[in-house]
Ligand binder design. Structure first.
Ligand code: CTP
Length: 394
């Protein structure tokens, strides 16, 4: 879970340090961005030393081999928080001005936005600022409004930054770091499996692992104890999650069955190979002029095994379908003894993408459709359903 914390130039900028630390304590990784004027009030070094991460201050940092930084940050965060937010940044956000890193990031990110303004009382009630705040609220952004009290300029009134604890709590609430899965042990599987043909060739699939990693990360954020069993991917294991790398379907099966008795919930997002070569060759196979065939044998269906051995566990399966989606999903749910099934229409290809359209079949009620949603939003909805249906511990 990553939050971009934008700090703008105001006397309350130093309080952003405490906000950053509060988030870190809750297991949230924080990427700090300072505007030029913020850096006049508090140094990038302070944030850098405490966050153990580079702080972004420039739109075009020199000397570093970076990809398009505002885009990579925009796509990697689950929330953009601006603490404190000046009248100037509110104006830029409201009117789409992108003349520095923070305002450009604002236009590039699909993540929700939370704004904690702080300014002089006259500025806060100026019609221009009120109009900008109204535009931003209308856009759905969350606000932690300023508090009343004595301001830095010695005036009295509304304008001082809200309490740090309030801001941290509102950010965690927006991230759903709500403890709704506290006390649960959740096993998530993710990624593809790799089935060796010989020492240099293998069978695999296009799964990126993004869905499973999003579930693992969000479950940990909600307070669950999470184990992630993953086939090979390019993703980094989420913070605070126990990570078990595996390669083949057989290795995944062994790892999952060993952990299963101790688990309350299993989310099987992995794209497990249905077949493997009968026997991997010990040496590289030489090419021949003639046609060759591959002798494949079925792998064990791990999810089906879990369904058979199920006691108190809640089982969440995934289904990749290209036709008659709901009908095959319902059959799969029954056959594998699942509580929840997330059915993906893969006829137009979703592998590797950041968004997806899914139908979620639940223990009760009609299936829900989430259309073209970011994978982290789908992960959050799956976890809402798990939280709503969690069984009391015996
Ligand atoms: N699964 C598994 N072990 C396997 C194959 C699949 O645990 N050997 C799990 C996946 O992790 C996923 C679910 O089964 O949660 C559904 O996978 P999918 O490929 O859609 O369906 P299959 O059950 O393989 O059925 P079919 O290929 O006939 O659609």
């Amino acid at each position: 879970m990553k939050v971009a914390l934008g700090v703008t130039g105001c006397i309350a900028a130093y309080k952003a340090i405490e906000v950053m630390r509060g988030l870190q304590k809750a297991g949230v990784s924080v990427q700090v961005l300072l505007t030029r004027s913020a850096a006049e009030f508090v140094t990038p070094l302070t944030f850098e030393a405490l966050s153990c991460m580079d702080v972004i201050t420039e739109m075009f940092p020199r000397g570093k081999n970076r990809d398009i930084l505002h885009i990579s940050v925009a796509q990697s965060i689950q929330l953009l928080a601006v603490v404190p937010a000046t009248a100037n940044i509110l104006g830029k956000f409201a009117h789409g001005i992108a003349d520095d890193f923070l305002s450009t990031l604002y236009l590039s990110t699909p993540a929700p936005v939370l704004i904690a303004p702080a300014m002089n009382v006259e500025m806060w009630r100026h019609p221009a600022v009120c109009a900008n705040v109204a535009i931003l609220k209308e856009r759905g952004h969350l606000f932690v409004d300023p508090a009343e009290g004595q301001l830095a300029c010695r005036a009295e009134g509304k304008g001082r930054l809200a309490e740090v604890e309030t801001i941290v709590a509102r950010i965690l609430e927006a991230l759903k770091a709500d403890g709704s899965l506290a006390g649960l042990k959740i096993l998530v599987t993710a990624g593809p499996t790799i089935e060796d043909i010989d020492p240099v060739r293998f069978l695999s699939n296009r799964s990126s692992g993004k869905m499973g990693y999003a579930v693992a990360e969000a479950a940990r954020r909600r307070g669950a104890e999470v184990v992630l069993v993953s086939g090979p991917t390019y993703l980094q294991a989420p913070w605070g999650v126990r990570f078990i790398p595996v390669r083949s379907a057989a290795e995944m099966k062994d790892a999952v069955l060993k952990l299963y008795p101790d688990m309350d919930v299993v989310v099987k997002a992995a794209a497990v190979a249905d077949y493997r070569p009968f026997k991997a060759a010990g040496q590289k196979l030489k090419k021949k002029k003639a046609e060759v065939g591959l002798h494949l044998v079925p792998t064990d269906d791990i999810l089906e095994l879990l369904g058979k051995q199920k006691k108190r566990q809640m089982l969440v399966g995934f289904a990749a379908e290209t036709e008659r989606l709901l009908e095959s999903a319902r059959n799969k749910m029954k056959r594998k003894n699942l509580d929840v099934l997330v059915a993906n229409d893969v006829s137009c290809g979703v592998f590797g993408s950041d968004t997806s359209t899914v139908h979620i079949l639940k223990p009760a009620g009609d299936p829900e459709i989430l259309r073209d949603q970011p994978k982290h939003a789908i992960a959050d909805r799956i976890l809402d359903i798990i939280a709503e249906n969690r069984k009391p511990k015996v």
